[in-house]
Write a protein that binds this ligand. Structure first.
Ligand SMILES: [Zn+2]
Ligand SMILES: [Zn+2]
Length: 272
């Protein structure tokens, strides 16, 4: 019996004696099945291969990004927030080994795990078990949980205060339960967005997509609503899931980006 992991998205599935027939996450228009067809591995195989290592990068006071090299699955990074003795793992990555667990313990462990959306569920249950931490997932994305666990807490509504200084906001868009994390650290106001909002090549701008790999945009009304919700949050810095950062004045950059996006959808950005 194994907890099989899809090699394309890196999401772990429930215990089974044979490889699952398909990956629920990848056989859906926001992801894709690899051109080399569906393939599976396990966490034990990944660890035993000795191919992977998690790199920790100090991003700012109290914030480390964690990324697997070489890249595995979608290739996102997770963030460890050190907040007043209450550490939060924001989003998750598939690879976890003893070295990772020791390093996280040195940084104060994990008191809660919060997820932006299903593409990053990865091995969240392995992380939760290693640190005996609850996992917070918006109930609107319940159907996408491929490995159930007693550690998972489904939350409802538009906001959830996780701890002093840390609030989850469901803003939808990319997924119905898509969530961003507001963190008022001792030194700055920060928004962690996964890929619910994504910093683009020009680091002064962000985008909002239904599917990133398949280039499917979101409708005007959805982006307007997301921008309105984001406008109610104070944040100066923004970190996305791919190590792209807007390091100052991020709130106004998000609002300008939403305006440009809507103008593009409505044909107002072009000379045609
Ligand atoms: Zn998959
Ligand atoms: Zn995604």
């Amino acid at each position: 019996m194994n907890y099989y992991i899809c090699e394309t998205c890196g999401v772990q599935h429930d215990l089974s004696s044979t490889e699952p027939k398909e990956c629920k996450i990848c056989t859906e228009e926001r992801q894709y099945v690899s051109v080399n067809e569906q393939s599976w591995t396990t966490l034990e195989q990944l660890v035993q291969s000795n191919q992977f290592k998690n790199e920790f990068t100090a991003e700012m006071e109290g914030l480390h990004s964690i990324k697997t090299t070489p890249s595995f699955g979608i290739g996102q990074n997770a963030y460890l927030i050190q907040n007043k003795d209450f550490n939060v793992l924001w989003d998750c990555i598939t690879y976890i080994d003893e070295e990772t667990i020791s390093k996280v313990r040195e940084l104060g462990g994990i008191q809660a795990i919060a997820l932006s959306h299903p593409h990053y569920y990865s091995t969240q249950v392995e992380w939760a078990e290693a640190f005996n931490a609850p996992i917070y997932i918006h109930e609107d994305d319940k159907e996408w949980v491929t490995r159930p666990s007693k550690h998972i807490i489904f939350w409802a509504g538009d906001t959830l205060k996780l701890h002093d200084g840390i609030v989850l906001h469901r803003i939808g868009g990319h997924f119905k339960g898509a969530t961003v994390l507001e963190w008022n650290s001792s030194t700055d106001s920060v928004l962690l967005v996964g890929d619910i909002v994504r910093v683009v090549a020009d680091r002064q701008w962000v985008t909002f997509m239904y599917s990133y790999p398949n280039f499917i945009p979101l409708p005007t009304n959805t982006v307007k609503r997301m921008a309105q919700q984001l406008n109610s949050i104070q944040f100066n810095k923004l970190f996305d899931a791919f190590h792209r950062v807007i390091s100052t004045d991020a709130q106004s950059r998000v609002q300008l980006s939403a305006k440009r996006y809507i103008a593009a959808l409505e044909g107002e950005l072009f000379e045609t």
